[in-house]
Design a protein around this ligand. Sequence first.
Ligand code: GLY
Length: 345
Amino acid sequence: MNEIKCNADTGNSVIYTGEKISSFEKYLKGRKTVVITDKNINRLYGNHFSNYPSVVIGTGEEIKSLATVEYIISELIKNGCDRKTFILGIGGGIVTDITGFASSVFMRGVDFGFVSSTLLSQVDASVGGKNGVNAGTLKNMIGVFRQPEFVICDPEMITTLSDSEYLSGLAEVIKHGFIRNSSLLSFISDNRNLILDKDTAVIEKMVFESVKIKTDVVTEDPKESGLRKILNFGHTFGHAVELINGIPHGHAVAFGMICALKLSHSLNYITEADKNYGINLLKNFGYKEDFNIEESDLFDCLSHDKKKSDDKIDFVLLNKIGNAFIEKIEIKELRRWYNDMCSGS
Ligand code: GLY
């Protein structure tokens, strides 16, 4: 087991990688605790927290709404919770995002922590203090920055994920390699088969390396005023494709990273060999390079991107494998580049 600290003005958090769900009680330090989870986790792991009152929510992106927050809060009130109550979210990114948000607004803020059950939430969603819900179809439009007191990352829980869900999280691990650590990418290439077999030792190592990268970035820029934007590598085109095609987040981000590698090369920031290395690495894990999307739909989505201002978008590019930077790019320039790329010129 390893501990990684993430201390920032949004709170102090400790992430325990290689820890077990069965050990969560010791982190509660005897406090009155209510669990928030979803019906799948409750079915699979409910025996671990049957001694605690729980609020069980549904699954899927539609559940990440203010209506669910209101439901959770009414259940906390029914359970006699007060400012000293601790809230433990057990689940993937939807549960942890909504738990963090509900805990931050209930009685103007109570302490909370997570047992993170998916690879995507262990390496990204549950780390760094972004909590929130959607406004209709617009993702994470309502939220706060506030860090969980602790995050437990149990590698065994990852082995029960579907392949698609697992690969969705793996894309975020690969993202961390692209933006900050090329040796993580070498590790991923060298261990392809063990990774695809969901080997727990390899999962533990990937989660540890990813969390280290993410906490380093978040500690330096907790509220995304600059550096933290590099965590959005692959997310500009990725979010748009996710919204249009309804594909899982990481698969869309993998497509977005392929676009970003191509753009980094077109703008002469990385060599053709580096571009091909990155694209082949992603394709070797089965991520797709093309989703047959209408260009007009894609750019319609991009023009509503949260990272946009004055028709320019903060685009995350690479100047080498393992180093990302931000460049403001006009959406019309991006459109021209995309059309040239699709027509093969
Ligand atoms: N998922 C990107 C971030 O936490 O900033």
